[in-house]
Design a protein around this ligand. Structure first.
Ligand SMILES: Cc1cc2nc3c(=O)[nH]c(=O)nc-3n(C[C@H](O)[C@H](O)[C@H](O)COP(=O)(O)OP(=O)(O)OC[C@H]3O[C@@H](n4cnc5c(N)ncnc54)[C@H](O)[C@@H]3O)c2cc1C
Length: 384
């Protein structure tokens, strides 16, 4: 990034994760001058379960089928076709129709980032921290940390993740612990009995509806993690890192599974802003996408698919704004309504399921019992 310069753009995207990269990819033929900024140097890691949901692949395809094909050729991933749930020594397996994958975020996000660099005219700046966003008559002035450079943009897209500065400064976003999950994850090798096509979810009566996940990755590696509603962590004064290890130690199936397992690297923590409470998503000359807009599924914890979809929808709204020369807050609401139409009902249903299970944990016993019946199991699978 050049020093002491003022640079003018049509669209500035803050954050090159799945939301920001999808937005840049979807703007590739719009004829707009676009800049994508990220504070990290790529490839960069992001604490995650590394499950790439079907919606992520579908969104990539809708942006350009060639991008989806490129991902299908991408070697460092597992195709996951089923999920096994474990509770009180029992298990039930659901087989999925929609394709899904696991792939480390280091690899997946760098794949998306490389697509932006090779298939768009976007100006990309990494190791660049956007610090303040000041509204002016023609958009926003963005100041870059430790640099005299100012970026002026007609339209600002906040894709800067769970700790979004754009959301804090423009939408007064604060952390709501009732709609936020505190989570930890670590990589392990040598976890016994893992199937490269199956994700595994372990419940414990003490922590319902929270769960511990074991997601397979290439090279005999698994992504293992645990998350809990932040309000519960605070109320019960839980140390989430200790809980992660004691969950494995106290669950007979997991204890056996992890007997010869070797942890690779640290157990790392990060927050998940849940889509059970979506705040402001847009305003005059700005839109929020992905975690910056709190779009994570309250049951599955999936956020990559919704981040990518919101990035794409924000790009489509940006194109309409420039075509109609209208950047007003009411006009931006079309973005909100398109996003809500696409994922609002699903987020609401899953939030109800999460609440119901936390109030009536015995329902999980009923679900496991009902799954002995093929027809009932089919009905349950449709609700998931
Ligand atoms: C423990 C855990 C497990 C999860 N597991 C899954 C899972 O298995 N599957 C799934 O679908 N989802 C999962 N999620 C959710 C998923 O990680 C997020 O929903 C997803 O990363 C959102 O993408 P994003 O592009 O909005 O944000 P991010 O991926 O966080 O990207 C934001 C980008 O913005 C950059 N940035 C931030 N601030 C600035 C700034 N001021 N200036 C410049 N750049 C900035 C960051 O460096 C980053 O690259 C999990 C989350 C956690 C915490």
């Amino acid at each position: 990034m050049p020093e002491n310069k003022v640079i003018q753009y049509d669209v500035a995207i803050i954050g090159a994760g799945p939301a920001g990269c999808s937005c840049a990819l979807a703007l590739r033929n719009a004829g707009l001058k676009v800049v994508l900024l990220d504070k990290a140097a790529f490839p960069r890691d992001k604490v995650c379960g590394d499950a790439i949901p079907g919606r992520a692949v579908k969104t990539l395809k809708s942006i350009n089928p060639d991008f989806e094909n490129a991902f299908k050729q991408f070697p460092n991933k597992c195709e996951t076709r089923k999920t096994s749930l474990f509770y009180k020594g029992r298990s039930v397996t659901f087989h999925w129709v929609r394709e899904a994958y696991t792939c480390t975020r280091m690899e997946f996000d760098n794949f998306l980032f490389s697509l932006v660099k090779s298939h768009t005219n976007t100006d990309v700046h990494t190791s660049t921290i956007a610090e303040t966003f000041t509204a002016n008559d023609n958009g926003f002035s963005i100041s870059i940390k430790n640099s005299g450079t100012v970026i002026n943009t007609k339209l600002l897209i906040g894709a800067d993740g769970a700790h979004s500065l754009v959301a804090k400064q423009l939408a007064n976003r604060t952390l709501d612990r009732n709609h936020h999950v505190g989570s930890v994850r670590a990589y392990f090798t040598n976890v016994a009995d893992t199937d490269n096509h199956a994700t595994e979810i372990y419940f414990d009566k003490q922590f319902l509806p929270s769960y511990l996940w074991v997601f397979p990755l290439p090279c005999n590696t698994a992504n293992v993690g645990f998350g809990m509603l932040s309000s519960e962590i605070a109320r019960k004064k839980i140390n989430i890192k200790n809980t992660f290890y004691s969950f494995i130690e106290n669950n007979p199936q997991l204890k056996l599974k992890f007997k010869g397992a070797i942890q690779q690297g640290d157990l790392e923590g990060f927050g998940l802003p849940l889509g059970s409470k979506m705040g402001i998503m847009s305003g005059c000359r700005f839109m929020l996408t992905g975690d910056a807009a709190s779009l994570i599924d309250p049951v599955s914890g999936d956020g990559i698919g919704n981040a990518m979809l919101s990035g794409k929808l924000a790009a489509e709204q940006a194109i309409r704004c420039f075509k109609d020369n209208n950047f007003t807050a009411p006009y931006m609401k079309e973005y909100d309504s398109n996003l809500l139409q696409a994922i609002g009902k699903e987020l609401k249903t899953h939030y109800s399921a999460q609440r119901t299970l936390s109030q009536m944990p015995f329902l999980l016993d009923i679900i496991f019992f009902a799954c002995k019946n093929k027809a009932l199991k089919g009905m349950i699978q449709k609700m998931l």
